[in-house]
Ligand binder design. Structure first.
Ligand code: IFM
Length: 462
């Protein structure tokens, strides 16, 4: 057995990374507009002002998605494009854009899967405290209601937050992403807790107002723990390393021990209704400010587990039985952005997430950046991307064969785009974008992905 019959094949992108800034079309500023204006924050001083100009070129982009044969496109909505101040006044032009985009996708036979928040937080709400303000959950609920009332006659798949690990830690602790803050762990935990409350409120609002029966989830990221061998000890070590973010066991934490990155720290509240005990103990007096009823609100039932998976850390059981990280640095394959190539992450990630949370898994992002350019023959040859995706998808197929309930896959990204603090320097797309001319060129991997989709993964070689 390979991928199930109704498996969803898709690709993804996000509003700020492709559309062009909403301020040119009646929208408001986001924290990313502001960060991009600060000298030295973004590589080469790039900004998302124009990006891929998807706002104007979406018909061409959707036609390419159709040519690839995508079943679904995971798009996000720019909150300040729709609510320029974050709450209150609606920018009708912004809503109309998403109306047209959704209609164009449906006409092309590509189902829109909507992410409500992929990092472009309204600047005006940041000035009111942003995620540090407990009211942020209600702001997000109001925004969710506007979108759901408008689009849910045609959209049924919803994701609330994209990668809270990133926008909270990179944005509020490390200062590398918007809003560019470097705060202490107590504030980071507070902001994270409010983001989780926002997720819960958003799920409630979707279920209350959706016109078509909704499927709801979120799209966290996380480093996957890959056992060094198939021994029960190593697998148990991987299981532990995958879900803790506390102390020395925080192997799947890519930054330092204090960063709130672990899969369990974010997902246990959402699916199991509580923060992991070990994380709370490690945080001590810096624990998130949980009030009565919060955990019930956060743990609204969701329909699938969206997982953004790029790589994993290899783990084994040490002499004392505790997980220890296996050094895989010397000569290890890495992508252009310097992330390790670890296809087994797409086996062990879905397997361990499904085992712990009991939900169907959908990989909501996976891909790599390569140094792609247009060749003399006018084409874009990206054999490394094809090789990478084949290996990862083959591992994902093995998970399906082993009985893991996997329901879909979204390649990141449908097109090259603004890679946050790295500007346009990294190319993750299966469609090449020439930013001078905005010319799109399907890379070899786009044609390859078309065949993968058409064969439901049968043509994979890995
Ligand atoms: O481009 C990002 C995306 O916005 C969130 N997930 C990871 C991608 C690659 O870094």
């Amino acid at each position: 057995m390979g991928f199930p019959k109704n498996f969803v094949w898709g690709a993804a992108a996000a509003s700020y990374q492709i559309e062009g800034s909403p301020v040119n079309a009646g929208g408001g500023l986001s924290v990313w507009d502001m960060l991009c204006r600060e000298p030295g924050r973004i590589k080469f001083g790039h900004t998302g002002d124009v990006a891929c100009d998807h706002y104007n070129r979406y018909p061409e982009d959707v036609a390419l998605m159709k040519e690839i044969g995508l079943h679904a496109y995971r798009m996000s909505i720019a909150w300040p494009r729709v609510l320029p101040e974050g709450t209150g006044r609606i920018n009708e032009e912004g809503l109309a854009f998403y109306d047209k985009l959704v209609d164009t996708l449906l006409e092309a036979g590509v189902e829109p899967w909507v992410t409500l928040f992929h990092w472009d937080f309204p600047y005006d709400l940041f000035c009111k405290g942003g995620w540090l303000n407990r009211e942020s959950a209600e702001w997000f609920a109001e925004y969710t209601e506007v979108i759901v009332k408008r689009l849910s006659d045609r959209v049924s798949n919803w994701m609330t937050l994209n990668e809270p690990q990133c926008f909270i830690n990179l944005g509020h602790q490390q200062g590398r992403h918007a809003p560019g803050l470097k705060m202490g762990i107590a504030e980071v935990a507070r902001a994270g807790h409010h983001a989780l409350l926002a997720h819960g409120r958003s799920v409630q609002v979707i279920r209350e107002h959706a016109k078509k029966s909704p499927k709801v989830s979120w799209a966290p990221v996380g480093v996957i723990a890959i056992p060094e061998t198939d021994s029960p000890e190593d697998i148990q070590a991987a299981r532990e390393a995958m879900f803790t973010c506390a102390g020395a066991k925080s192997i799947t934490n890519p930054w330092d021990e204090s960063t709130l990155w672990g899969n369990g720290y974010w997902a246990d509240p959402v699916v199991r209704g509580h923060y992991p005990e070990d994380s709370l103990a490690a945080l001590g007096k810096d624990q998130p400010p949980v009030e009565k009823g919060d955990m019930e609100l956060i743990a609204q039932p969701i329909d699938f587990y969206g997982a953004n998976i790029y790589n994993g850390a290899t783990v084994r059981a040490g002499a004392d039985g505790n997980p220890e990280k296996v050094d895989r640095t010397v000569g290890f394959p890495r992508t252009a952005i310097d992330w390790p190539v670890t296809p087994e992450a797409l086996y062990w990630g879905p397997k361990l997430l499904h085992e712990r949370y009991g939900l169907p898994v959908i990989v909501t992002e996976n891909g790599l950046s390569c140094a792609d350019f247009v060749s003399l023959d006018g084409k874009v040859h990206d054999p490394q991307r094809i090789d990478f995706l084949d290996r990862y998808l083959s591992a994902y197929r093995r998970a399906a064969t082993d009985g893991v309930d996997v329901a879909g896959y979204f390649q990141w990204s449908i097109m090259d785009n603004f890679e946050w603090a790295e500007g346009y320097n990294e190319r993750f797309g299966i469609i090449h974008v020439d930013y001078e001319t905005q010319k799109r060129t399907m890379k070899d991997s786009a044609y390859w992905y078309r065949d993968v989709i058409a064969s439901n993964g049968e043509c994979l070689k890995g």
